[in-house]
Design a protein around this ligand. Structure first.
Ligand code: DHB
Ligand code: FE
Length: 278
């Protein structure tokens, strides 16, 4: 059976793409952020996963407001990064883990999660930049499975529902007849708000409590509804739903392997965690 080696959860901010393109990793502004990643890269080198299942939110590149699935999964043979208008260089194309993709579709639908199945899909910065932070040479040693959670247009799926989705993904991977090693990526958050009266809002206390909860009380955030999450984490901070789904995929108990937290990167509180099943 396939094995989940752990999860990497990280923020995704388009400006990271520009910093990579300009080699600004040691620039004073960027260093505290990029310094979080070498331990993650070393851990991935040691663990040698075959596949990355990536929970992320599309920002209007692949889905737009006219047709926006709550949950969607890619079943494509490959995934192309396209220009989103941020002016950041595109990364090389990703290869889909086709067998696992279809196993996940079948398992999740059987468990009453009716995801939109996407046989073609472009991937945006929320997918590409965390991959580039994990594998800076961008030679992608893993095949991928993109899973999108809507955090762009209300109504959003609840934190509790995203947790259950993550648990179902974990069960599906564990039931897949393969000796593949799977890493789960969750990208988004932590607190940030890009628009409106509270633009620039960041909530350090909430972020740190949320990160801690993933280790010792992982359903803690499921007590909050979407409005409460916006109040606490900001309109775009709701992207922490990806972290919850990723954590849930790991099962009951985890150990913390690595973490970093830095404010701000652009308008965002940049968080990073590596968790392994205990
Ligand atoms: C920023 C953060 C995001 O999550 C995003 O998708 C776009 C921009 C930012 O802080 O600039
Ligand atoms: Fe985002």
């Amino acid at each position: 059976m396939a094995k989940i080696i752990g999860a990497v959860t990280t923020s995704h901010v388009p400006a990271i793409g520009r910093a990579i393109a300009r080699n600004l990793q040691n620039d004073p502004y960027w260093k505290p952020f990029f310094d979080g990643f070498p331990p993650v890269q070393r851990w991935l080198q040691e663990q040698q996963p075959d596949i990355a299942v990536v929970f992320y939110n599309d920002h209007g590149l692949n889905f737009f407001l006219d047709k926006l699935p709550t949950f969607a999964i890619g079943t494509a043979p490959s995934y192309v990064n396209a220009d989103e208008g941020w002016g950041i260089p595109q990364v090389p194309t990703f290869t889909g883990a086709e067998d696992l993709q279809w196993h996940l579709v079948n398992s999740l639908v059987a468990e009453e999660f009716d995801l939109t199945t996407c046989q073609e899909m472009n991937v945006d910065h929320a997918f590409t930049l965390p991959m580039a932070l994990c594998w800076p040479d961008q030679k992608w040693p893993v095949k991928v499975v993109p899973i999108c959670i809507n955090t762009v247009q209300f109504p959003l799926p609840s934190a509790a529902r995203c947790y259950k989705l993550g648990e179902a993904v974990g069960r599906a991977i564990a039931s897949w007849k393969s000796d593949a090693k799977v890493v789960v990526l969750g990208t988004g958050g932590l607190s940030h708000q890009l628009d409106g009266e509270r633009a620039g809002f960041i909530n350090r206390d909430f972020d740190l409590q949320f990160m801690e909860s993933l280790i010792h009380d992982p359903k803690w955030a499921t007590q909050f509804n979407s409005t409460q999450l916006v109040e606490k984490a900001g309109t775009q901070g709701v992207e922490l739903l990806m972290w919850l789904a990723s954590r849930a995929a790991l099962g009951a108990n985890v150990k913390l392997t690595h973490q970093n937290y830095h404010i701000p990167i652009s308008n965002t509180a940049a968080g990073l965690m590596v968790m392994e099943p205990a």
